[in-house]
Design a protein around this ligand. Sequence first.
Ligand code: F6P
Length: 356
Amino acid sequence: MKIGMLTSGGDCQSLNASMRGVAKTLYNNLKDVEIIGFHEGYKGLMYGEYHTMEPKDFSGILTQGGTIIGTSRQPFKLMGTPDANGMDKVEAMKKTYKKLGLECLVILGGNGTHKTANLLSEQGLNVVTLPKTIDNDIWGTDITFGFQSAVDIATSAIDCIHTTAASHGRVFIVEVMGHKVGWLTLHAGVAGGADIILLPEIPYDIDKVVKAIQKRTEEGKRFSILAVAEGAISKEDAALSKKELKKKRAKTQYPSISYEVGAEIEKRTGQEVRVTIPGHTQRGGGPCPYDRVISTRFGSAAAELILNKEYGYMVGMKNGEIVKVPLGEVAGKLKMVEPDSSFIHEIKNLGISFGD
Ligand code: F6P
């Protein structure tokens, strides 16, 4: 049995651990299995760049960050656009698959990756996917691998900021990744004891943010820490159309939302503000033990789908149990933080402000 494997989109911790889980399960259950590793995601499948992987390639990688076969971003919206040489990308991927005589493709990726995986599945290829991303925004699964490791790193950043913020009596903003969703900021913000948490799903009112800081000052607190999602948005901006917002942002002097929020706070409170952006460190390094465990389970479950010849599914997790979710249900949806959820209610009850 010949299996193709690829990792696509932004990397994260635990990609290697997940591939190891798939490979070990296949090697353990099949006498004759060959795994082809495509280089740099869908690119390798398009251009026939790959190598045959050996069982030893999957040894010693449980704790290793990044991806041993490389990744790249191949936007779904450009899949229908021929490459610079006029090559049809989807046809090229199908051709490589058929030429190699693959039984199926194992695809590890996030939202964009799942749209293309679904497209390939609709085009008749056998596909099984695993949910990868620090953003935890894939529909159909409670958790994605990479997320918890990133929470740990973003939380450490907030922990470090705490001591310096307390020493200087400053307002600190830690900007957390997460693209269009706030899961990472919410978890790191709560775990790091942030005083104010700003998420894309809960547009903020800068007056309320300032009030929350002033309240702390009145209570004798010398510093305040804000965990701000890179996708956080003000109520005012959230009311704009996509086009209007794009136009407004093109004119802004600020490199990211945190600097805009910081400038407003400084102007209105007179307090000294600093912005810290851990950026891609949140995706770097090895996976935390929790991610190693779920990756091993996801990998094993994905391999089992292959053993049973059940294709067109993503493996996910619901209430601690592994589930298989049809790709057609996953593709094109985002799992967002629910502003009215009990999670948000519980955190608000502590007096933590979401600026709304
Ligand atoms: O999707 C993962 C992610 O790290 C997001 O949190 C972030 O917005 C984006 O990727 C950054 O992408 P890139 O690595 O291409 O700059």
